[in-house]
Structures are given as C-alpha cells and as structure tokens.
Design a protein around this ligand. Structure first.
Ligand SMILES: NC(=O)C1=CN([C@@H]2O[C@H](COP(=O)(O)OP(=O)(O)OC[C@H]3O[C@@H](n4cnc5c(N)ncnc54)[C@H](O)[C@@H]3O)[C@@H](O)[C@H]2O)C=CC1
Ligand SMILES: O=C(O)C1=N[C@H](C(=O)O)C[C@H](O)C1
Length: 247
C-alpha cells in the first residue's frame, strides 16, 4: 500500500486526485492539505508520496519541504523555471533515495502530443503552438505549451533547421504571441474550455496539425496514479510522464 498526501486538495485538480486515490485499491489517502496546512502534516500521516497541484508561487517550496521530509513528490503544478528545476535537482543529491516527478501534463493524449510534436518538428519549415484553457488559469502560456515548444525548438536545432519564416516587422500588441526558443506560442482563455492544445506545422503546400483535448479533469487521473505508483522506482528528478512510459 502506498500512502499518499495531496497538496492543493481543495483545488480543481487536487479534489479530483483525492477522489482518484481514494478509489484505488493499492493507494491510501493519508493527508489532504491546502493553503493553511503545513507539510509536516504529511510526515505525521506517514505519507510515502505527495502529489502537488497547488500554484506556481508555492510549488517549489513544497517540493523542497517534501525532500527534507523524505517524501517522494509527483508534481503537476506549472510555472517551473530552469533555475527552480536546477535547485530541486541539486537538493535531491542529498537524498539519492527519493524521486521527484514534475510533469506539465498527465493526460495521455497530451503526453503523446508533446512526443509526436518533437518527432515531427525536423520535417516542417514552420511550427507554432496554440493552447486553449479555462479562464481561471493563472499562468500563460501553459506548462504544456512551454514544454511542447521547447521540444520542437530542440528538435529543430538538432536537425539544423533555420528559424520559421516570418516577415512580421511590426507587432506593437504582441499579436504573434510569446516567442519560446524561437517557437511562437498563443494562449486562448475561454469560459467552457478545460485544457486543449494544437501544434501547427507547415511546409509549402501542406499543413500537419496535432490536437489534444482534455474535456474533463478525470483525463489527468490515470497519469497521476501512474506517477504515484512509479515515482519511488525513479530516484532523482524526472521531467515529464513520458519518462515513465515505454514510448
Ligand atoms: N500537470 C497536469 O496534468 C495539470 C496541471 N495543472 C496545473 O496544476 C495547478 C493547479 O491547477 P488547478 O487545480 O486548476 O488550480 P486551483 O486554483 O483550482 O487549485 C490550487 C489549490 O492549491 C491551493 N494552494 C495554494 N497554495 C498552496 C500551498 N502553499 N499549499 C497547499 N495548497 C495550496 C489553493 O488553495 C487551491 O485549492 C496549476 O499550476 C495548473 O496549471 C492543472 C491541470 C493538469
Ligand atoms: O491549468 C490547467 O488547467 C492546466 N494546466 C497545465 C498546463 O499549464 O499545461 C496542464 C493542462 O493544460 C491543464
């Protein structure tokens, strides 16, 4: 039995994780924590793994506290910078027995979309990412879109591709979106949406589109539970759920 604590348990994602853990025969929910609770409560409850779906401003401190407490961490919260990831990696060297999984998206379709986008990237002259979310989301672009764009950029660089063609010289209102390592990323916020992404590729005379849609937050739960079950078998810092899958 794996004892699980959930951080951000009152939130949109955290409340789904609480239900998913409670429904799993091999997992025990031992702590459901939110803003007013200390991480120490997870230690007192003998948690083996903590799942963090909180806010970008809180998640790094939570992960360091979990490492200090000797608890594996499965993190879905977005907003991680390269510097913050490096600090976690460094901290984990003090605890080589612990695993931390930080994944921008636990939906299987989104995990595959990120991988497929990186695989397709060397074959197209142009690439752009459009992410579409509910309007209560606090960060933009989404963590998934950042990860997708960085994967595309790395694959283009490895293949020796020139920058995507773009004649824009005047964009005072930022209509071309964010530039993530040379890949333009556009963020839509619309009531009624949950989490969606389109990756657009173009060549002369053709387009190739990868689309993933989470219509309901239940779509993230199989991936979260996979992370909970596997994190103890993957010491160190792991970025992306695909690292736990045979892809
Ligand atoms: N990796 C993935 O598959 C997914 C990631 N996300 C990300 O998860 C995060 C949370 O998303 P939502 O659940 O929609 O947000 P939310 O705002 O509904 O929930 C966040 C919860 O965290 C709590 N919280 C804030 N600071 C805290 C702290 N220091 N300790 C404990 N709890 C704290 C809040 O009170 C709230 O209940 C966001 O960064 C979002 O982008 C969302 C969906 C899927
Ligand atoms: O805030 C959300 O809702 C989501 N956040 C993650 C992200 O920023 O990529 C994952 C998913 O898109 C839902």
């Amino acid at each position: 039995m794996i004892n699980v604590a959930v951080l951000g348990a009152a939130g949109r994602m955290g409340s789904h994780v609480v239900q998913a853990v409670e429904a799993a025969d091999d997992l025990a929910l031992v702590a459901a924590l939110d803003t007013d609770d200390e991480i120490a409560a997870a230690t007192h409850a003998k948690a083996h793994v903590a799942v963090d779906f909180t806010v970008p401003d809180a998640t790094e401190a939570n992960v360091h506290a979990l490492i200090d407490a000797g608890i594996h961490a499965v993190v879905g919260t977005t907003g991680w910078t390269e510097d913050a990831l490096a600090r976690v990696d460094e901290h984990l060297r003090e605890r080589p027995d612990l695993g931390v999984l930080i994944a921008p998206n636990f939906a299987i379709g989104a995990v595959l979309a990120m991988r497929f986008a990186a695989a397709a990237a060397p074959y197209f002259e142009s690439a752009e990412v459009v992410e579409l979310h509910h309007p209560d989301k606090v960060d933009a672009p989404s963590g998934t879109a950042l990860h997708t764009a960085r994967g595309i950029a790395a694959a283009r660089a490895s293949a020796g591709l020139a920058p995507s063609p773009d004649a824009t010289t005047h964009d005072p209102d930022g209509a071309r979106g964010a530039n993530v390592d040379g890949v333009h990323v556009h963020a839509v916020r619309l009531r009624g949406l949950v989490a969606h992404e389109e990756v657009l590729f173009g060549n002369a005379g053709e387009a190739f589109t990868i689309r993933t849609d989470s219509f309901d937050r239940v779509s993230f739960m199989p991936g979260v539970l996979l992370g909970v079950r596997e994190v103890g078998n993957h010491p160190g810092l792991t970025l992306g759920l695909d690292r736990y899958m045979s892809l």
